[in-house]
Design a binder for this molecule. Structure first.
Ligand code: HAM
Length: 428
């Protein structure tokens, strides 16, 4: 019997196209390259934490009442049956666990980390929503100043800009802190309780557990009710209001446009103060339009047993970024600079040596290792999007020259084998 991949979990392949374009490996390479370069410029270090953690970590960090923990986590007992593990549904909890475990709060609380990791959520699979998906994420520990928030927004903005993605809107909110949130929740609760009957069944339940979640509901009726709900950013205590004003001014100063969104509450419990999402209308009109979400979580490190450490971060959905890239400009070819066709078996060693020289000089070179019919080999050079192709056979070995073909124009030039690598212009 044929075994297929698990529902909602996809292969990332160079051949993926059409509906599967978000899983094209060349698009992924591009996204990772832009992310890596952006983080280098911002002087963030890449970390890798295990994809499996104790389930209790997420229950405490993300919150028991969230969908992510309550409904979507992949949990399983360890073989001894003593512990319950979970596949990470998000990256912040593991990063905070590592920060605490390695005593960094004491040594150097200012840690600037990024990751590119798979996340697992047992959601109903649909377009742009998967059960295994990847996030590019960052966590910036140890700085309470609003400039840390601005820097995080700037990183997101730079990655999106570096990928050439346009029409993505930054939504910004402040959720307040332990000083002002209780009073706001009280006020919001009163507002919603007065309209309880108009809310969906789930929201009536949410109302008692966490009224903020009602603001997030996508149900039309609930949205109508929450239209006039009090906005958290209008009910901040003085320090939170000052912080938020500085974040906004900082974003303005860097030319990062945003829109205030009182409904933006995020689906994870650890946030306080700044919360944000980047929404891409081009992903459709449904719920899956967020390419990035994040915010401040100043209370989390302490809550998980570490020293009091402010922190802020974000997570970006790699598949969603790739879906946008595929819409915009299609899928890039692997495009070797030089494609070497093998004229006959006697020339195999020389063909390999030529490719080795090309690679040593920094060019991408591919040899048609199967050899065989020249027309088929050159057809492959074309399909691969090679910039130049050359045939190496006994005749070329005998004469010491070969014809270097520029694939785009079809122009051929005779070049000495020894000079061939240098005859290929570098990419600009
Ligand atoms: P999140 O908003 O749950 O935040 O996820 C971040 C991003 O991951 C979303 O904006 C979306 O692009 C992508 N994403 C989420 N779920 C799925 C899914 N099922 N399929 C495809 N893409 C998805 C977090 O996870 C936080 N840990 C972010 C953070 C880091 N906050 C502070 N630091």
């Amino acid at each position: 019997m044929k075994i297929n991949s698990v529902k909602g979990m996809k292969d990332v392949l160079p051949t993926a196209e059409g509906d599967d374009a978000p899983f094209n490996s060349r698009l992924w390479e591009r996204v990772e390259a832009v992310a890596r370069e952006t983080f280098r410029r911002f002087a963030f270090d890449r970390i890798r934490t295990p994809v499996v953690e104790e389930a209790g970590l997420f229950a405490r960090a993300v919150g028991e009442s969230t969908d992510i923990v309550g409904k979507e986590m992949y949990t399983f007992p360890d073989r001894a049956g003593k512990k319950t593990y979970a596949l990470q549904p998000e990256g912040t909890a593991g990063a905070v666990r590592a920060f605490i475990e390695h005593g960094l709060g004491m040594r150097d609380p200012v840690q600037r980390w990024w990751y590119f990791s798979p996340m697992f959520r047992h959601e109903r699979p649909q377009k742009h929503r998967y059960r295994q998906f990847y996030q590019i994420g960052a966590e910036s520990f140890g700085v309470a100043a609003p400039e840390a928030d601005v820097e995080i927004l700037a990183i997101c903005h730079s990655i999106l800009e570096g990928l050439g993605l346009e029409g993505i809107e930054l939504r910004l909110n402040s959720l307040g802190d332990a000083a002002c949130r209780p009073a706001y929740l009280e006020r919001l609760g009163d507002f919603l309780r007065a309209r309880r009957e108009e809310l969906c069944a789930e929201c009536r339940d949410r109302l008692d557990r966490n009224p903020l979640r009602v603001l997030d509901c996508k149900n039309e009726g609930c949205r109508a009710v929450t239209e006039g709900a009090p906005a958290s950013y209008e009910h901040l205590c003085e320090p939170c209001a000052a912080h938020f004003a500085r974040v906004r001014a900082g974003a303005d100063a860097l030319g990062i446009p945003y829109r205030l969104d009182p409904r933006l509450v995020r689906g994870l419990d650890y946030y306080g103060r700044t919360a944000f999402e980047f929404l891409a209308g081009a992903l459709g009109s449904g719920q899956q339009t967020a390419v990035c979400g994040g915010g401040r979580y100043d209370a989390l490190v302490k809550m998980l047993g570490g020293p009091d450490t402010p922190a802020i971060g974000f997570g970006m959905g790699v598949e969603r970024l790739c879906a946008l890239l595929a819409q915009g400009g299609g899928i890039p070819a692997a495009a070797p600079d030089l494609f070497v066709a093998i004229g006959d078996d006697e020339a195999r060693d020389r063909a390999m040596a030529l490719a080795a020289r090309a690679r040593a000089s920094g060019l991408a070179a591919e040899v048609d290792l199967r050899g065989g019919k020249l027309a088929r080999q050159l057809g492959r050079a074309d399909k691969r999007g090679a910039r130049f192709a050359v045939v190496i056979g006994s005749a070329e070995l005998g004469s010491g020259t070969a014809r270097l073909k520029e694939m785009a124009t079809g122009a051929e030039t005779a070049v000495a084998l020894d000079a061939l690598v240098d005859a290929i212009p570098r990419r600009t």
